[in-house]
Design a protein around this ligand. Structure first.
Ligand code: ATP
Length: 469
């Protein structure tokens, strides 16, 4: 049985570019373009049957790390629509703007602060130039889309919040926003959670949920979209201890990514300089991943100070001060350390990092936690005497983890398919095995095959997952 397919062990290379991943994702049911039969909707993507498994596993891993294993963090699930005053207090109505320029020739839209001359000026000045200064350096610049010179409009500020109306009448009185970050749902529930769960500082609140930003330049597959999911945690601390907790959380968050099997050499920290800091932040650091489009932000860790709670206190008239009974009933507004990672971006990282290929095959080398199927069962041929025991094993393994069953085509082809969807193990029932109750188990990454007893398959896989490196 071991000779059913001659396999060469040529070295594997990393994902070369994003379109290669987009094509695999569609072909194998990970991610589809939204509304594809209508020509698609720009920047919107749908997770397919295998993609949703990866995404759920990413959420599960985050939720476990942040709430179950972290006994000082509570979870919540706040609504997407919130009172419009929330976004005035948070500063998003006033400040959540990106500078936008249009090309008069080809109608392409660009983010002014992403264009080379502006970036260079920003580097020289040490902070983001004013709109007039941007306009000056962009005046003679060629449009990056069509190459025509001098066709870019002066930049103007564009607020990225999506607006809609609550109720049947669309007027300003019932204007609401789709939240651009999940964090505000946590801030406005600070007191509810603290009191109902009898929490003392320091403690955190975690949440996974959708956010919406009307990005000027979405793109690069799911890297930047207008609707996306975030996994955010706000950790409330006594002022003065914030720097110490910032340090702790930045380390913990880096380790979360490596514990998910993301290669360490593909991850790095990127501290924000004073010009990069958001309107609420005192200190910020990104965790970046080396995507095929270069090093890009995957997660942000921010010291948001007491900005948000203080502003909500002022705008709502309800004090969000904390009475510190451990400190002589001293009253203060807690500082906040935030960890914010895009769920879709974390899934994209898992996909990019797992992708390996050579001339013969593509292998998604997922950490077993993220593999959509943990194991696949094959009868060597579609013959009654093999199908019976294969079906029986399949039914047994499905009780423990998502298992695939395939009896079509050659064994070689079935292996190739399972490699492309990243199934760590394939189990084949052949004629030899019928006499001595054994199967062949094949390892995705080494392609090594072993013959083991059929009643040991589950224990073998469990053990391999526990000792995965
Ligand atoms: P940028 O400056 O690139 O627009 P940001 O620094 O404003 O992003 P944060 O507000 O810190 O991003 O958001 C936290 C995380 O949410 C990001 O690290 C990223 O993983 C994710 N995220 C933000 N915007 C998007 C988006 N448009 N599409 C997908 N994920 C996003």
């Amino acid at each position: 049985m071991n000779d059913v397919v001659a396999e060469s062990n040529k070295p594997l290379k990393d994902l070369p570019d994003m379109p290669t991943l987009v094509s695999l994702a569609k072909r194998r049911g990970f991610v589809f373009q939204s509304s594809e039969i209508y020509g698609g909707l720009n920047s919107c993507w749908d997770y397919g049957p295998l993609g949703i498994e990866v995404k759920l596993a990413v959420k599960q891993s985050w939720w476990n790390a942040m709430t179950r294993l972290q006994d000082d963090v509570e979870g919540i699930d706040a609504s997407i629509l919130m009172h419009p005053r929330v976004w005035e207090a948070s500063g998003h109505v006033e400040n959540f703007n990106d500078p936008l320029v249009d090309c008069k020739q080809c109608k392409a839209r660009h983010r002014a602060d992403h264009l080379k001359p502006v970036k260079e000026l920003e580097k020289k000045l040490g902070f983001l130039p004013k709109l007039e200064e941007m306009a000056e350096v962009l005046a003679g610049t060629a449009c990056p889309a069509c190459g025509t010179k001098g066709t870019l409009t002066p930049p103007r500020l564009f607020n990225m919040m999506f607006k809609t109306h609550m109720g049947p009448i669309a007027d300003d009185a019932n204007l609401v926003y789709l939240r651009p970050e999940t964090a505000q749902g946590i801030f406005v529930n600070f007191r509810n959670v603290q009191e109902s769960m009898r929490r003392r500082l320091p403690f955190g609140i975690a949440q996974i949920g959708k956010s919406f930003r009307n990005e000027i330049t979405p793109g690069n597959f799911t890297f930047r979209t207008r609707e996306f999911e975030q996994m955010e945690m706000q950790y409330f601390v006594k002022p003065g201890t914030d720097t110490e907790f910032f340090e702790q959380w930045r380390q913990k968050r880096f380790e979360w990514h490596t514990s998910n099997g993301i290669r360490k050499e593909k991850l790095r920290f990127h501290p924000h300089g004073p010009n990069e800091l958001a309107h609420y932040a005192k200190q910020a650091e990104d965790i970046q991943y080396e995507f095929p489009i270069g090093w890009q932000e995957l997660e942000g860790i921010h010291n948001r100070t007491d900005f948000d709670l203080r502003r909500h206190g002022e705008f709502s008239g309800k004090s969000l001060q904390y009475v510190d009974t451990a400190d002589g009933n001293n009253k203060y507004i807690p500082y906040v350390i935030e960890t914010a990672v895009g769920c879709d971006r974390a899934v994209l990282t898992v996909l990019c990092d797992a992708f390996r290929f050579n001339e013969e095959r593509v292998v998604m080398q997922f950490h077993p936690n993220f593999a959509p199927y943990k194991v696949a069962v094959f009868p060597l041929m579609k013959k009654e005497e093999l199908v019976g025991p294969a079906q029986k094993l399949y039914a047994e393994l499905r009780k423990h983890y998502k298992t695939d069953y395939d009896d079509t085509g050659s064994i070689g082809k079935r292996y190739r398919r399972q490699e492309e969807i990243g199934t760590p193990f394939c189990v084949t029932i052949d004629y030899d095995g019928l006499t001595d109750q054994t199967v062949t188990i094949r390892h995705r990454d080494t392609m090594a095959q072993e013959r083991i007893s059929i009643d040991k398959v589950h224990a073998y896989i469990q053990n391999a997952f526990q000792n995965w490196s």
